[in-house]
Structures are given as structure tokens and as C-alpha cells.
Design a protein around this ligand. Structure first.
Ligand code: F6P
Length: 504
């Protein structure tokens, strides 16, 4: 059967289920709450509050089978050129597991292990120094992953270093970080796969000037020459990455140096072990029990069969507050495409808007729209079963709120007072980590990476390029002379007017 026919079948199921209640599904389908739950190590996910019934789910899984997912994952892990437009592998899995087969994966793995030794030596060197603070400079994939992991797992006390992040080209961002620091006790890391990113070069230059003579600077880049050419960083202080790792998949590489410094090498290893656990699962579990595959297909169900264009991630653990920002890049930079690998327009709508925040804060900001807005917003709720703080009552209340919100969004509550009606029917997935350990966080991030790959296969797009961000960069470079000099005239009339305001 052609894939379009599977998709038509999904559409028919969605139409059949229009107006039926998720709550009713959970009453009618005995055992659904358990059957639609999967566990991989410390990560549990429950899909019972999605809007598909058994028949629709069977159609979704049949569609999944038609996509040839096991072969596609084998190709990913083995280093086939799955980044077709740039003719490269996307071997982020080689950064944390040994499951790739063949020469390409083996060679990547050897490079990874050598880089890891170099990274461990730099960590040891800094640990033995008088450095107390580390400033990490990078943006996008060279910032969001390390920033998330460091923020999520940083201990309350006893950390060897304070690690700070600067990404934005706004000079105030770096000023705020440097304001409280002592150059004599601070080391800097410049992280950039290309080493040509404007923000990182500007901030790197500011940091180097601030550090002064004998600046303790390190770099991570796929271009090992440029850090030396542009900042005089000695080759032994430059850690490699490779063109076969996408920026938004790179926290497992030396890009994660801030993680190793903030948390230590043991936690670094556990983070990788958690991801490796998810890697083994996605390769080995049958589709019906494969967590990233079911998640990715559920995204397709919501986006294409049901037409939902918005996806909110609610983290019921304040330590995961940066996860939505991380996922925005991972998901939207990977899947925000309109052309398939065959150069043709994609058959349907691609990525919804991903956004979110930390519960319970967001209950008092945007949840009104989730409950009663005219648009159905899909939700993902993430919580940790065990809390790590001494305030047990607070943790219990936090989890009660998580449960209450998913139940209310799904089931709603009828009211005689119609304007106050809670319609329910908002689909959500609940993800629970046993505890927020490095291993669990590694598994969680790898879970999303693999779900993204599944979605890219369904849409027939390349998840590993990002040509769409280039235009803005080019126009910004072209406009910089006009911002600096009022005499420079630009063509676009609106930009011209705005420049006139800047130069008033
Ligand atoms: O925003 C585009 C992008 O290329 C991202 O994909 C990447 O993570 C980010 O810029 C930073 O790039 P680099 O690591 O080369 O500085």
C-alpha cells in the first residue's frame, strides 16, 4: 500500500473520532492507561491521553511500519549519509554508544574516544588550577544543550566551578556575566562548530580582551585552525568536533566541555550512558513498544491527521526550565522545512510550533488558553517521581498539579454556565523520570532526538540541515554598514525608515 493511502486512513480515523472524548476512550478501552505506557530505564511515558483509539493507533502503527524505521535507524547509526543535502552522516549516536556497524561508525567512534581523553585532560588541568569560574561562549547547538544540562543537574553546593553561559550578541548579556567575575580566576571556552558565527566571534573577542594577558582560553570546533588563527589559542587547547555531528545534536561531543567541568567526568559518563540506553532501545525494540517511534508517530497523528499546529512542553521540575528552549532548536531547526529530500514540496504540514515553560509557573500564565482557547494545543508534561530537595510536601503538590492539569485538559468539565465550560479533549503525553539523574536526562534528550528523526522520515525531510537560518545572517551582515554609518543607503523602504529612527 502506498504511504499516501496510510495517511488517508489516518485522516479518516481522525474525522471519525472528531468530537469523541479522550476521557471516554479511557473508560471504554479497558487497560488503555497501562497499554499505552512504555518504560525505558528511568524514563516512563504514557500516551493514554492522546486522541487515538485502538483502531486509529493500529492504522498509525501500520503507517509507521511502511516508513521502514528500523532500516532508517540502522543507517543513522552506521553513518550512512542521512544528511543528504550536505552529503554527510549524522553520527551523534557514535558520541555515546558503540552500536554503529561498519567502518564509518568505527572510525567516528575512534575519533570520539580520542577527543574524550583530550577533554578529560583539560578538565583535570582546570581542576588542578586556581580557576573558579568558566565562561562558555557559543550559540544555538553550541550553547543550548550544555546550558540545559548544567542548569538541570548543577548541585546546590560543592561544585568545583561556576559555569556561566553567554550566547547573545547583545553586549549587555556578556557584561552581566563578567560583572561579578575575576579575570585572574576565570577561564573561557569558545564553542563553535564553524568558528565563523558572528555572535561567538564578537563575544569571544570581548572575553579575550577582558581576560587580558595570559587569557586562559579553550575552544571547541570542527575547524581546528581558526581558533589559533583568530584568537591565538594553542592547538592543545582546541577540542575537535566533526562535520558528521549536527550542532543541535552535539552536546555529547566536546561541545559538552562545560558539562564535564560543571558536573565532573562521572556525571558526564552517566549522561552518555543514559543516551546509550535510549539508542539501544530505539534500535532494538519493535515498533509497537518503541518509545521514540511511538512518540514521533503521535506527533504525525496530531499534526497531520488532527491538524494541531501548536505543541507546548510543560516541565514540572524547575530544573528543566530550559528544556523547552533546547527542544525548540532540536525540533524546529530539524523539522521546520517545506521541501523533502527529493526536492519536492512536503506532502503535508511539517513541524508545529514548539514552546513551553516550567509548571506550576505556566499555570498562572498561558494555561487559560490551553484549557479554553479556541485552538487545541497539544501538551507534553514532564515530571520527576522523586524530588531531590528536602521539601517533600512541595514536591507532592508539584506532582498533584501535573496530574491535575493532564486530567483536566483531557477530560474537561461540563458546566451549566456555558462560557465557563471546560471542553477538554486536549491531547497530552506524560513523561515521568524516576529522578533527575544524569542518566535519566541523557535518556530524555536522546528520546527527543530519535523522535525527531522518526518525524523527518514521515515527512520525507532532512532533519540535519538548516538552510533557512542563512538568509537572516546574510541580510544582517549586509545591513551592519548601514547601522554603523547613516550615509549608507539601503534599498528596502521599511528598513530605511527604521534605520532613520536608529540614526535620529
Ligand atoms: O542557527 C544556525 C546554526 O548553524 C545552528 O545550527 C548552530 O547550532 C548555531 O548556528 C551555531 O553554529 P556554530 O556552532 O557553528 O557557531
Amino acid at each position: 500500500m502506498a504511504q499516501a493511502s496510510y495517511r488517508d486512513a489516518l485522516g479518516a480515523h481522525a474525522r471519525r473520532l472528531t468530537g469523541s472524548s479522550i476521557q471516554a476512550l479511557n473508560c471504554l478501552e479497558a487497560g488503555r492507561a497501562q497499554q499505552l505506557a512504555l518504560r525505558v530505564g528511568p524514563l516512563y511515558a504514557n500516551f493514554a491521553r492522546q486522541s487515538y483509539d485502538q483502531a486509529a493507533l493500529s492504522a498509525l502503527l501500520a503507517y509507521g511500519h511502511s516508513l521502514g524505521l528500523p532500516l532508517a535507524f540502522r543507517q543513522l547509526f552506521d553513518g550512512d549519509k542521512v544528511n543528504q543535502t550536505e552529503a554527510r552522516p549524522a553520527l551523534h549516536t557514535a558520541l555515546r554508544c558503540d552500536l554503529g556497524q561498519g567502518e564509518v561508525a568505527a572510525s567516528a567512534r575512534a575519533q570520539v574516544l580520542a577527543a574524550e581523553q583530550q577533554l578529560a585532560a583539560i578538565v583535570a588541568e582546570l581542576e588542578a588550577s586556581s580557576v573558579t569560574d568558566v565562561v562558555s561562549i557559543g550559540i544555538g547547538g553550541s550553547d543550548l544543550g550544555p546550558r540545559l544540562v548544567c542548569d538541570a543537574l548543577r548541585p546546590l553546593q560543592g561544585a568545583r566551578f561556576r559555569v556561566h553561559f553567554v550566547s547573545n550578541i547583545d553586549g549587555m548579556a556578556i557584561e552581566r556575566v563578567l560583572a561579578g567575575l575575576d579575570p585572574a580566576r576565570t577561564a573561557g571556552i569558545l564553542i563553535s562548530k564553524s568558528f565563523s558565527t558572528q555572535e561567538t566571534l564578537f563575544n569571544g573577542a570581548i572575553l579575550q580582551r577582558w581576560l587580558g594577558e595570559g587569557a586562559r582560553l579553550y575552544a571547541v570546533s570542527a575547524d581546528v585552525q581558526r581558533p589559533q588563527q583568530q584568537f591565538g589559542i594553542a592547538p592543545e587547547r582546541v577540542l575537535p568536533m566533526w562535520d558528521w555531528v549536527g550542532g543541535r545534536y552535539s552536546l555529547w561531543s566536546a561541545v559538552g566541555l562545560p558539562i564535564a567541568l560543571a558536573l565532573g567526568m562521572e556525571a558526564w559518563q552517566q549522561l552518555h550512558d543514559g543516551a546509550a540506553l535510549m539508542d539501544a532501545h530505539v534500535l532494538q525494540a519493535p515498533l509497537e513498544h518503541n518509545l521514540p517511534m511511538l512518540h514521533g508517530l503521535t506527533e504525525i497523528w496530531n499534526r497531520n491527521a488532527c491538524g494541531h499546529a501548536s505543541h507546548a512542553v510543560m516541565c514540572y521540575d524547575a530544573r528543566l526550565a530550559l528544556l523547552p528552549a533546547y527542544l525548540q532548536q532540536l525540533v524546529m531547526e530539524s523539522l521546520g522545512k517545506q521541501v523533502g529530500v527529493d526536492g519536492q514540496p512536503v506532502w503535508g504540514d511539517t513541524v508545529p510550533v514548539w514552546w513551553g515553560g516550567a509548571g506550576t509557573d505556566v499555570q498562572h500564565s498561558f494555561f487559560q488558553a490551553l484549557h479554553q482557547g479556541t485552538q487545541v494545543i497539544c501538551g507534553e508534561f514532564i515530571g520527576c517521581i522523586a524530588g531531590d530537595d528536602p521539601h517533600t510536601a512541595s514536591h507532592q503538590a508539584l506532582l498533584a498539579n501535573l496530574l491535575a492539569q493532564t486530567e483536566s485538559l483531557s477530560n474537561g468539565r461540563p458546566s451549566d454556565d456555558l462560557p465557563r465550560n471546560y471542553p477538554g479533549g486536549r491531547p497530552t503525553t506524560t513523561v515521568l523520570l524516576d529522578a533527575l539523574t544524569p542518566q535519566a536526562l541523557g535518556a530524555l534528550i536522546a528520546f527527543y532526538e530519535h523522535s525527531v528523526y522518526v518525524q523527518s522520515l514521515a515527512w520525507g525531510i532532512n532533519a540535519f540541515d538548516q538552510f533557512g537560518v542563512e538568509l537572516g545572517k546574510q541580510v544582517a551582515s549586509a545591513l551592519l554598514p548601514a547601522v554603523r554609518d547613516p550615509a549608507v543607503v539601503v534599498e528596502d523602504p521599511v528598513t530605511r525608515e527604521l534605520l532613520a529612527q536608529l540614526h535620529r
